[in-house]
Design a protein. Sequence first.
Length: 276
Amino acid sequence: MSVWRQQKDSTFWTSRRGRVSTRTGVILKDRKDLLFMGHRQFAELTARATYGQLQFLAVAGRMPTAAEERLLDAMTGSTTYGDPRLWFLSTARWAASMRAPVGAAFSAAVSVVDSRVFGGYATFLVSTYMQEAVRRLVDGTTTVRKLVDEAEAKGSMIPGFGRPLVRRDERVAILLDIHGRLGFNRGPHLELALDLEQELLARKDIALNCGGFVSAVLSDLGFSPRQINVLALMHFLPSILAAICEGYDKPPAEFLPQACEDVQYEGPDYRPLTKD
């Protein structure tokens, strides 16, 4: 429940009036350095941290192990697409080719990739489902078969499974191999994902997709669904940046031009506007 719905008076607000509270960072009293998630920004992070480490630190509040950093790099590589026909890349390309500011092109692409079907927000939905399903498995109120039965009864798909056009997501096997070679054990969320895959393959030939794998593995690392959403969005940034740079290199409006005859009109025929 929202804070303002819980409070019957202004105590919550007055106790915070004029005071900033944060776990992220602060300027040190000597003004010679800053703290970011408990680390000195200039003396430590600027001098030694990689971008991947900073990204992990910002979300998890701790530095990653070498294996965790490499695993997230692999996840980013698996979603670095270059095909500008993908909707979020076409958004970035169109905006840049029309000379929109970089920030506008970037934010527009990030906004559309954070979708319920594919992208950042999809991993929020997947990880929310998986984390709740693992809790139910642990307390004995469900089984893998029952989870699939529930989805079938609702006429819905279990989030994190299936892929349009191509039945198998080739990235899952690659990432699963990297996950094992880096020394990670299969935690309860990944085990659930793989067990669900076997049940769904037997029933409907539906396999685990990359979003399902990423959500399961990051859940096993202790991330919340919202944190997984944030990390998943970061995985798409390299291809978005490439699309923006290419868009600025092209003439305005050059991307996927269409003629009037390319549009198939399916509305009503012409009808005069009446005066009644």
